[in-house]
Design a protein around this ligand. Structure first.
Ligand code: SF4
Length: 207
């Protein structure tokens, strides 16, 4: 089973500790106890607002609305928006929405830094469009910029797989994702999962 994703018991969810499976992570380690020690007053308030967001807006508020409401509820002063250049239009709309709610938003796109892809060892043939000048995404620069500005939270919009990982790794402020990029599925990656038993069965073929 290898834990939760393929577990059929879900004892954690139903609260029935007596039927917890043998290889459940709750049994195998002391992370639960350790995790609870992390809940300082500040973290508890963060978690409490997230829980309130869920209960108050359940199936009513969109992700965009939830994101803005969370920042308002947390009384954040400065928000970083790290976005993919391909989503410039969407980022502009989101920036205006945040400002309409009285929030200060700083935005930096993924190409911010203007460094050529050669810097990370991309050859001419490996470029998206060989023979042209291609600037690399620099999520570390995005994160460091927001760190310097001491943003309260960073909102990620459509950073590429892996580039988002670097952004999360280097960001000092907590992060949330407002939009996950999927160039094929109109930014709805879950569609591939819903089709994985049919039209997209090839997803199961090892690469
Ligand atoms: S925590 Fe344990 S009971 Fe809950 S889903 Fe994971 S494996 Fe199943």
């Amino acid at each position: 089973m290898e834990y939760c994703a393929e577990c059929k018991v879900k004892a954690c969810y139903t609260g029935k500790r007596e039927v917890v499976p043998e290889d459940c992570p709750m049994k195998c380690s002391d992370v639960v106890e350790k995790s609870l020690e992390e809940y300082s007053a500040e973290i508890k308030e963060f978690a409490r607002q997230a829980a309130l967001l869920e209960s108050e807006g359940y199936c009513r508020w969109t992700r965009v609305e939830e994101t803005i409401r969370f920042c308002v509820a947390m009384k954040y002063q400065k928000i970083g928006l790290a976005f993919c250049i391909g989503l410039k239009k969407e980022a502009e709309i989101l920036s205006k929405l945040f400002r309409a709610h009285g929030l200060t938003i700083l935005s930096a796109n993924c190409k911010f830094s203007c460094v050529q892809k050669e810097f990370i060892g991309i050859s001419e043939e490996e470029k998206l469009r060989p023979g042209t000048s291609e600037v690399m995404c620099n999520p570390i620069a995005q994160a460091l910029f927001f760190n310097g500005e001491k943003t309260d939270i960073n909102v990620v919009m459509g950073l590429c797989v892996g580039h988002d990982s670097l952004f999360f790794k280097y960001s000092e402020a907590p992060c949330t994702v407002v939009l996950t990029k999927d160039r094929v599925l109109c930014h709805n990656p879950a569609a591939a999962l819903y089709c994985s038993e049919g039209y997209m069965k090839s997803l199961y073929v090892p690469y």
